[in-house]
Design a protein around this ligand. Sequence first.
Ligand code: PRT
Ligand code: MG
Length: 225
Amino acid sequence: MSPDTVTLALSKGRIFDETLPLLRAAGIEVLEDPQTSRKLILPTNRPDVRVVLVRATDVPTYVEHGGADLGVCGKDTLIEHDAAWGGAARAGLYRPLDLGIARCRMSVAVPADFDYARAVRQGARLRVATKYVAIAREFFASKGVHVDLIKLYGSMELAPLTGLADAIVDLVSTGNTLKANRLVEVERIMDISSQLVVRPTALKVQGARIRPIIDAFREAVRARG
Ligand code: PRT
Ligand code: MG
């Protein structure tokens, strides 16, 4: 990676869309639209700043290992990334700022006709399908509920409808997806928003370029309230 270019990793969709105004506040305009362009490396109005598009779950890996210098990803993604590497926050990822974007919550949901409270009271063993196994494991352990976790990579809502699981742990924002699948939210595990992540060595080498970006993001987040 060129020492005089700063590379920002974003995922397409809500994180890209909601990061654009923050970039604008830092004087950075992305020159191509990921909806219409097939490019994975997007130029900006600044010759020394570029954006790379990666899967949301790959953002921490790109930043940590030098494929990008900084990035934006959900707290959900960060917690699972840390857990995959032993649980403690990774030293290779500095987290200077909660951007307050791509907000949602991590919740437990069950079919409308499943008596979750009763199952918990009776000490039943629950089958829980989720993409977020570390968050789910920690949550149910803290409640003293026994669970069999079933790892899925998508469409969690389908699991209870097909008999694969009794419950799911998934992200909820409007609640429309749950409603459409006749699921109800029975626990709210945590609020989620996206964080800025930076590789500490990049900050050391490229501080003069990266620090003003962090400062502008912080100011924009503060101004937005
Ligand atoms: O989609 P892909 O498999 O590539 O990766 P991803 O799902 O990790 O990426 P993306 O872009 O969908 O989400 C990126 C980040 O946005 C997540 O890591 C969250 O931090 C955040 N975010 C905010 C959300 C939502 N809101 C959200 N609603 N991520 C996913 N959803 C999904 C949710 O999983 C469920 O399927 O939207 C559905 C529920 O939405 P409602 O509005 O119907 O409740
Ligand atoms: Mg998604």
